[in-house]
Design a protein around this ligand. Structure first.
Ligand code: 6PG
Length: 475
């Protein structure tokens, strides 16, 4: 009998199963595709693995209560697998979905399975194939008692943060785990786009050679600026095939699998201006319109300006840091607002601690962020003293880069939106007074005066004067 079941033996499932086995657990493995199961057993069958070839056999090979981790493609396949396993599960068994599932699906599945006495955990897993094998960041949420049961194995296989604590902790009930992974990915989108924009400025704005760009990123990759994604970028920039850099030959079209979109959708539902992730997502969509871009490029030319000054490089690192702080601040707002809307007991500090190791967004920013939330409990990360001070120093660089980009026709949607958000956030008087009036003009939505403590009024703006309404109708 095996202690843990792994369903899904593509690279993430295989590596996670191997990680679990390496910590001394026996693992039953199953894949709907027999060939995948066979390949796994051919490669690793000498370990403490038992193969199962049907859901029934799989369930039969597991100690009770059963613990099954599903590592399969999100969406329909998860429902199908649950449906296939269900007849062979018993009350108290634990199902863990480790895929990038939409947390709304997780909420639905949890409720459906709870009625049948099956305990469900939606768990974000980050770190790619190497992370799965050597230590991923694990973001579990859902049934609390089930979490207590699986805690030893999950904390054993998780990455360790720089202070040695496992990057795995219970995040909250319901879909809290998968929401946290979704927002993790939303931040991932923002981080990647910001780095891409820095690369674009250096490549096309200043005209640096690729080795110079790698060198610039290398010089910034320390302290708060250090990140896994920055290190990955440096490796990519330095990579050559037959002596030639590979990067310039790659098609400039980026896909996506949904998590960034869900972050933006959830932010919109919760009323959070997660502008940097939104722009990062839209930049991917725009990249997909390759043929249209090619045609438009023949219609419109770039501004006729000499290249940017080489001295601009010095500003790019600081601009990146400023924009990343805004990105993380928005990510934290999204998580907190969404978790609050669902009534979850959710601690942002716990989520940040899980991101210190193993995951794709691990970076030097997280330590100071955790301190900021622990000590000052700021309403917003940007106003915590250490971050306010850093922004004070770096925002002027972001202004210069955003302005230079605009003048030279280099699109910097994520950097520019980070700057606009920062300026909007620190602006005590936005032009929304005019917006209120416009809504009232055409829709009689009512407006509130600064001095009126919330009483709504409506005006006939073509000249007949205002009248006070008891509440804004059409609000
Ligand atoms: C991770 C990654 C991982 C995967 C993303 C990519 O945390 O390990 O986020 O989950 O690489 O799904 O997402 P896109 O295909 O949407 O870029």
């Amino acid at each position: 009998m095996a202690q843990i079941g792994m369903a899904g033996l593509a690279v993430m499932g295989s590596n996670l199963a191997r990680n679990i086995e390496s910590k001394g657990y026996s693992v039953a493995v199953y894949d709907i595709d027999r060939a995948a199961g066979q390949r796994f057993m051919d490669a690793y069958g000498d370990g403490k693995f038992e193969a199962a070839w049907s859901p029934e056999e799989f369930a039969g090979k597991l100690e009770r209560p059963r613990t099954i981790i599903m590592m399969i493609r999100a969406g329909g396949p998860v429902d199908s697998l649950i449906g296939a396993l269900l007849p062979y599960l018993a009350e108290g068994d634990i199902l863990i979905d480790g895929g990038n599932s939409d947390f709304h699906d997780t909420r639905r599945r949890l409720e459906m399975l709870a009625e049948k006495g099956i305990r469900y955990i939606g768990m974000g897993v980050s770190g790619g194939e190497q992370g799965a094998l050597h230590g991923p960041s694990l973001m579990p949420g859902g049934d609390r008692a089930a979490w207590e049961h699986v805690k030893p194995v999950l904390t054993a296989i998780a990455a360790k943060a720089p202070d040695g604590t496992p990057c795995c902790a219970y995040l909250g009930p319901d879909g809290a785990g998968h929401l946290t992974k979704t927002v993790h990915n939303g931040i991932e989108y923002g981080e990647m786009q910001l780095i891409c924009e820095a690369y674009h400025v250096m490549r096309d704005g200043i005209g640096l050679r690729q080795e110079e760009i790698a060198e610039a990123f290398g010089s910034w990759n320390t302290g708060m600026m250090n990140s896994y994604l920055m290190s990955a970028t440096i490796d990519i920039l330095n990579y050559r095939e037959n002596g030639e850099y590979l990067l310039p030959r790659i098609l400039d079209v980026a896909g996506q699998k949904g998590t960034g979109k869900w972050t933006v959708m959830e932010a919109a539902i919760s009323g959070v201006p997660a502008t940097v992730t939104a722009e990062a997502l839209f930049a991917r969509f725009l990249s997909g319109k390759k043929e249209e871009r090619r045609q438009a490029g023949a219609v419109f030319s770039a501004p006729d300006l000499p290249g940017m000054d080489k001295g601009t490089v010095a500003d790019i690192g600081a601009a990146l840091l400023a924009a990343r702080i805004v990105l993380y601040a928005q990510g934290c707002m999204t998580l907190q607002e969404a978790a609050g809307a669902y009534g979850w007991d959710f601690d942002i500090g716990t989520a940040l601690r899980l991101w210190r190791g193993g995951c794709i967004i691990r970076s030097g920013l997280l330590g100071p962020m955790i301190e900021a939330f622990r000590e000052q409990k700021p309403g917003n990360l940007m106003v915590a003293p250490e971050f306010a001070e850093t922004l004070d120093k770096t925002i002027p660089s972001l202004r210069r880069i955003a302005a230079e980009g605009a003048l030279h026709g280099i699109p910097l949607p994520a950097m520019s939106s980070a700057l606009s958000f920062f300026d909007g956030y620190r602006c005590a008087k936005l032009p929304a007074n005019l917006l209120q009036a416009q809504r009232d003009y055409f829709g009689a939505h009512g407006y509130v005066l600064e001095e009126s403590s919330g009483t709504s009024r409506h005006t006939d703006w073509t000249g007949k004067g205002g009248k006070i309404l008891s509440g804004a109708y059409n609000a």
